[in-house]
Design a protein around this ligand. Structure first.
Ligand SMILES: [Zn+2]
Length: 403
């Protein structure tokens, strides 16, 4: 038998969801040992080595370091479980650095060299907001790096849709990591009374950063209570038809704004599948649904061909990946059609649908029989459209945009 005492690590305190999420609050967890991760993220301090793992007070630099280390470790573990082939960062690197605090800014970004985090004081909130303290923000940025490892060709693609998808994948990454925490799942079920499509602590992303953004820059930059909400009602429109920028309440082709369409479709499918087949979700069904969707989406991303209607291309590949599970494939197809990411769709009369409270109406199992997976949609759109050729400024920084 293994001597457990040899492998035990000292406890740290950890926010399993954003610090401003209502519940759950701090957890005591064993300090991560990221040296065992492949690939791994190495959190760096301006002074170099991290302080020893301990019970530090939230709001201190030492707490930030270990909070970030744990969130990014959880992210690696989660993505490795969903896609075991994910073993290296972009360029075949085994280690990616994360700089816990690079100075005064209300931001975070990934730039292929590292994950970068900042801080800014919010006088109204009465405290310093560290972007790296939120698992939503940390795992969003890590999600950019995961996607960059899976599909490095997306990084320089001059497409509003691809840029928006990069942001959506970051937010989906945050959802998948946060949902992996049992206390979060229990809190989610209590808060929503099982109706997961209602806005909640998990669907609301980067609550603290969103709050500070509203305090510092005004109410148009973020919805109340978060930076972005996966439980949203935005539907796809060709980016050429969207304004270049808009208040957070409206859709624009700015990648973070536009990303909400795909994130919303992902969240729709999660909420529906987590309620299947019993009709009400429980902790196990949440794990099953999020794992199935995260894994199949990651595989779809790897196989989808790069084209101007990228979201639709990923959606088609996603349904194909789920061919072994017709009900899940049908739910994904329905969500993509209702978000207008995919064309067509069953008529209102024949299709199972979500009612205004977010409950699923109809026989979910019938969804898989509405069409054979992967066959019904029209072919991909014309490549090299106008938007496809627009070049973004270099270097491309994947920013968690707040202003
Ligand atoms: Zn981002």
């Amino acid at each position: 038998m293994t001597d457990q005492s040899d492998s035990s690590r000292p406890p740290i305190r950890y926010y399993p969801d954003d610090p401003l999420a209502l519940n759950p609050n701090l957890e005591d967890v064993e300090a991560p040992d990221p040296l065992t991760d492949r690939p791994r993220v190495r959190v760096v301090d301006t002074t170099g080595a991290l302080p020893p793992p301990r019970h530090y007070e939230p709001g201190t630099r030492a707490f930030l370091d270990w909070q970030l280390e744990e969130a990014l470790h959880r992210g690696v573990v989660r993505w490795r479980s969903l896609l075991p082939e994910f073993t290296a960062w972009q360029g075949g690197r085994s280690t990616l650095e994360a700089v816990a605090d690079e100075g005064v800014d209300l931001n975070a970004f990934y730039d292929r060299r590292a994950l970068h985090f900042f801080h800014r004081d919010d006088p109204q909130l009465g405290r310093r907001v560290w972007s790296g303290e939120s698992p939503d923000v940390a795992c969003h940025e890590e999600g950019h790096a995961v996607l960059d490892a899976l599909r490095p060709d997306l990084w320089d693609a001059a497409s509003f849709e691809v840029a928006a998808f990069h942001e959506a994948f970051g937010d989906i990454s945050a959802l998948l990591v946060v949902l992996d925490d049992e206390n979060v799942r229990r809190s989610l079920l209590e808060q929503t009374s099982g109706t997961l499509r209602k806005s909640n602590d998990v669907s609301r992303l980067a609550e603290e950063l969103g709050r500070a953004a509203r305090d510092l820059f005004g109410p148009s930059v973020a919805p109340p209570g978060c930076l972005r909400d996966a439980a949203n009602a935005f539907t796809y429109r060709p980016p050429a038809e969207l304004p270049t920028d808009a208040p957070a309440s409206h859709l624009s082709r700015e990648p973070h704004s536009f990303s909400r369409v795909f994130t919303g479709a992902f969240y729709d499918t999660f909420a529906a599948l987590a309620s299947f087949p019993a009709g009400v979700p429980d902790s196990d069904s949440i794990v099953r649904a999020s794992s199935l969707l995260g894994s199949s989406l990651a595989r779809a991303v790897r196989r989808a061909s790069l084209e101007s209607r990228w979201m639709r291309a990923v959606g088609e590949a996603w349904v194909v990946e789920l061919a072994f599970d017709p009900a899940a494939a049908g739910v994904v197809r329905l969500a993509l059609e209702r978000r207008r990411i995919a064309p067509g769709g069953p008529s209102e009369a024949e299709a199972p649908h979500w009612d205004e409270h977010g409950s699923f109406v109809g026989d979910l199992r019938a969804l898989g029989r509405l069409r054979e997976p992967g066959l019904a949609w029209p072919g991909p759109g014309t490549r090299a459209t106008h938007e496809w050729r627009i070049r973004h400024g270099a270097p491309r920084l994947r920013r968690l945009r707040v202003a």
